[in-house]
Design a protein around this ligand. Structure first.
Ligand code: PHE
Length: 497
């Protein structure tokens, strides 16, 4: 049971007279409350808790209307006309004479109407009547009624029903007001509740550090806190959702004991493609797909490296492959471009660390000549990684990716056969979301054509996943462009990752 302080006070006051029926006025007086709203509120909740019993009486009162006040000052219309009629000789009791006497048309009409209903009639233009006394009595009853209700609010039940009915048919003479009058009486429960339960308590609404530093909080009572109440959404700084997502991916890979690597946006076609055994005639290498640069137009690559790639591409070198069988163009390999995938970073990392095992990842921006639409942007990010060690294998690759996506919150992962020029086997990775399998990226084991020229003798698990795809999933977006529109309002409403 939780009684508020008002309820407690009203109950305490009512307990001063156990068998009393309390009126509103009495409660206002004893509680010293100024506003009857307090009594109504506290009374209602005490009644709900069964500490008091409420009786409600619906009362009707009659008061004087604006025309009634007028009648009080100038006499009732029918009385004035009646007195005029009585003062006239019989032949003068006509409408015309009535007008001459100063009665206006708007009074004369209704006035005669009123008199007709109590015994006056018009015969050959002359007002006539049979029983003068009866008419006079009826009129004085009406006059008395108006006088009586002018004294103050009168109970409907104390007045003549016929007269109430008569006057309520006349415009603005009387008003009928309806009121609910409540009275309260203690119940057994209200009488028996112990005094300590009715002590007023100070309710703590705000908790301050000072308040918590003392012992007082232990026994304090607290204002109820409505956790469903509407609250303003605090606006403050927050990282861009993409930045938060990147941080989360970073911490997942770090947790899985991977190290982070980085690389430049500007790369040579050699490292971006030739090192990956992408044939120089591959459609992805055309200007339609790749941003080639005027500055730097060419990037130097060590001659030995170019020699090796030429040999691998032309005849497989000694990797056991036949190569592509066509002439390798070293100048093509030197072309400057904006990296089209972050696989260039992992390949370079292997070249720099060919004989030490490694698990590395990187999250970076890549560039492709794409037409912008709901699912494509010319600049986007990839989540790249490799496991380079003697026992690297496809199952190891798949379980690593499954672990990663589970940690991100998507435990349903599957791979399907795919093709990349630089991996064998090759897979595409999909996660299950809202009843659909969504493709998030590619993976595979680097081909010997890739690893051997770099000086590595171990298999390499490699993958490259789309970051924006994942972001759309996590943030529940269906248009990739929403991620980069500077709409602060929208961005601030995106979930915090
Ligand atoms: N580089 C590929 C892409 O851009 C992804 C990939 C990376 C595939 C590594 C296999 C191995 O889609």
């Amino acid at each position: 049971m939780t009684l508020g302080n008002n309820e407690k006070k009203m109950l305490r006051c009512m307990r001063s007279k156990e068998n009393h029926i309390w009126t509103l006025e009495e409660i206002l007086e004893i509680t010293k409350w100024k506003d009857q709203v307090h009594v109504a509120g506290a009374g209602k909740s005490l009644d709900e808790h069964e500490f008091v019993e409420t009786t409600e009486r619906h009362l009707k009162f009659i008061t004087l209307g604006s025309e009634g006040l007028n009648a009080l000052e100038n006499e009732l219309l029918e009385k004035r006309i009646w007195e005029w009629i009585l003062s006239q000789k019989e032949k003068n009791r006509t409408m015309n004479e009535l007008f001459k006497a100063g009665f206006e048309r708007h009074e004369a009409g209704p006035g005669i109407g009123l008199l007709k209903s109590i015994g006056v009639s018009i015969e050959k233009g002359i007002f006539t009547f049979v029983n003068e006394e009866e008419i006079t009595i009826k009129i004085s009853e009406r006059v008395d009624f108006i006088k009586k209700i002018s004294m103050g609010k009168l109970d409907y039940n104390d007045l003549d029903k016929g007269l109430i009915e008569h006057f309520s048919g006349r415009k603005n003479l009387i008003n009928i007001e309806e009121n609910i009058v409540r009275e309260w009486k203690l119940t057994e429960k209200g009488i028996n509740i112990s005094e300590n339960e009715l002590e007023e308590v100070q309710l703590i609404g705000e908790i301050t550090p000072e308040f918590l530093q003392n012992e007082g909080w232990k026994n304090a009572s607290y204002k109820e806190f409505d956790i469903n109440a509407e609250t303003p959404i605090p606006v403050g700084g927050r990282p861009h959702p993409m930045q938060s997502l990147i941080e989360r991916i970073r911490s997942v890979f770090l947790e899985m004991v991977f190290s982070e690597i980085e690389g430049n946006y500007v790369q040579s076609a050699g490292w971006n493609m030739d090192a990956l055994f992408i044939p120089q005639s591959h459609p992805a290498r055309t200007m339609q797909d790749t941003f080639y640069l005027d500055e730097p137009e060419k990037i130097d690559i060590p001659e030995e490296m170019l020699e090796l790639w030429a040999s691998v591409h032309e005849n497989g070198h000694d990797t056991g492959s036949l190569g592509w069988g066509s002439k390798f163009d070293k100048e093509e390999a030197k072309k400057g471009l904006l990296r089209t995938h972050t696989t260039v970073n992992t390949v370079k990392y292997i070249a720099e660390n060919p004989v030490s095992p490694s698990r590395v990842f990187g999250i970076g921006r890549v560039f492709r000549q794409e037409t912008i639409d709901r699912t494509h942007l010319p600049e986007f990010h990839q989540i790249e990684g490799i496991i380079h060690e003697p026992n690297a294998s496809l199952p190891m690759l798949i379980s690593t990716l499954k672990t990663f996506y589970s940690k991100m919150g998507y435990p349903n992962v599957r791979v399907r056969p795919a093709y990349f020029p630089y991996t064998e086997p090759s897979v595409e990775v999909e996660v299950y979301w809202r009843g659909k399998w969504l493709e998030l990226g590619g993976a595979g084991i680097f081909r010997p054509e890739v690893t051997e020229p770099l000086g590595s003798e171990w298999p390499v698990c490699a993958w490259g996943m789309g970051l924006e795809r994942l972001a759309m999933l996590v943030l529940e977006l269906d248009d990739i462009r929403e991620l980069y529109q500077p709409d602060l309002e929208r961005l601030s409403r995106m979930p915090i990752l």
